[in-house]
Design a protein around this ligand. Structure first.
Ligand SMILES: [Fe+2]
Ligand SMILES: [Fe+2]
Length: 326
């Protein structure tokens, strides 16, 4: 089977497609359960006030930086500042990622014909991402942490590239979507399950996790419909590109940023130790575990791709397990 450029990217999915069956349910859920960044969070409540010296903001217990002797030796005030900076850096990257994702989804929706069922869902998702971006940026503003988010080269390259990728390589675009959403979802779910944090951060993460489940389901289902229709060469290219883009994206979402050295005096050697420790490596691998299993399910773990996954440090022996159902 050979894929044309526009099958799912610019026309409605076939009636029997998984996406076609999923979209009405997602649309209904988006209406029944959605959040507003300002109506549903009482930002000015004294209990939710947040600042640099708030003792409720330490690093998450599973954060590799929290395992270092250097961090353990710091005063509670320093630990709180580092923890808050880490959360704000992740939220800033999240906001930038969602901005890029929205551009791609808008480009997709722009080309759809009348009556395309996914048009409505795409706009539900774009609206939800706007609410998330409002929440993330509001927390960054109130914390007054000097976070810049993505590195400069990516802030320059990504905005003009994303709509081109969505148009020409929709399969890669939706892997990029999952490359941003899956690691964040993994970290937020783990934190909500395993530890405590500032109540404002927890509120934002709960809202985010519940709405991201729809976005992740849409992207995974889109890929399950599209990838089997791609030509062999295009599937091979995708199989190798996925680990390469995750090599850039997973550390962005998971690793401690160098800003911690500039603004809070965390030694570069300690940041390196956190990134390269067994816990640090495992956290990056775990953050893309669902993507590895999706690639396996889609036949994208070719010998060359497996080599690439290993080279970028994201391969794991769990990669043979089937992916969870969406
Ligand atoms: Fe989001
Ligand atoms: Fe999302």
């Amino acid at each position: 089977m050979t894929a044309t450029l526009a099958p799912i990217s610019a026309t409605a999915p076939k009636p029997e497609s998984r996406l076609h069956q999923l979209v009405p349910r997602l649309n209904r859920q988006s209406v029944e359960k959605h959040s507003d960044a300002y109506a549903d969070i009482d930002w000015d409540s004294p209990e939710l006030a947040i600042g640099a010296d708030d003792p409720r903001c330490g690093l998450f217990a599973f954060d590799p930086l929290a395992q270092t002797d250097w961090y353990r030796a710091q005063t509670p005030e320093v630990q709180a500042r580092i923890g808050l900076h880490r959360v704000c850096a992740a939220f800033k990257v999240g906001m930038q990622f969602e901005n890029l994702l929205q551009r791609g989804l808008l480009s997709y929706a722009f080309r759809l014909p009348n009556g395309a069922p996914e048009y409505r869902y795409l706009h539900h998702e774009i609206i939800e991402e706007s609410q998330h971006s409002l929440m993330f940026q509001e927390l960054v503003n109130r914390s007054e942490m000097p976070v810049k988010g993505m590195p400069l080269w990516l802030r320059l390259v990504a905005p003009p590239s994303v709509t081109v990728i969505q148009r020409l390589l929709p399969e890669l675009f939706f892997f990029l979507v999952l490359g941003g959403e899956d690691p964040v979802d993994h970290l937020q779910r783990r934190q909500l399950r395993e530890g405590t944090t500032h109540p404002l951060v927890e509120t934002i993460m709960k809202i985010h996790v519940s709405e991201e489940a729809r976005h992740i389901a849409f992207a995974r289902t889109y890929l399950k419909d599209l990838v089997p229709t791609l030509s062999g060469i295009r599937r091979h290219m995708l199989a190798v590109r996925v680990p390469l883009v995750l090599w850039i994206m997973a550390p962005l979402m998971v690793d401690p940023t160098r800003e911690l050295h500039r603004h809070h005096g965390v030694p570069n050697a300690v940041l390196r130790q956190a990134r390269t420790s067994p816990d640090g490596r495992q956290l990056r691998k775990d953050s893309v575990a669902k993507l590895r299993r999706l690639c396996r399910e889609l036949g994208l773990i070719t010998p060359v791709a497996r080599f690439a996954w290993k080279r970028v440090g994201l391969w794991s022996s769990d990669s043979g397990e089937p992916a969870p159902a969406v």
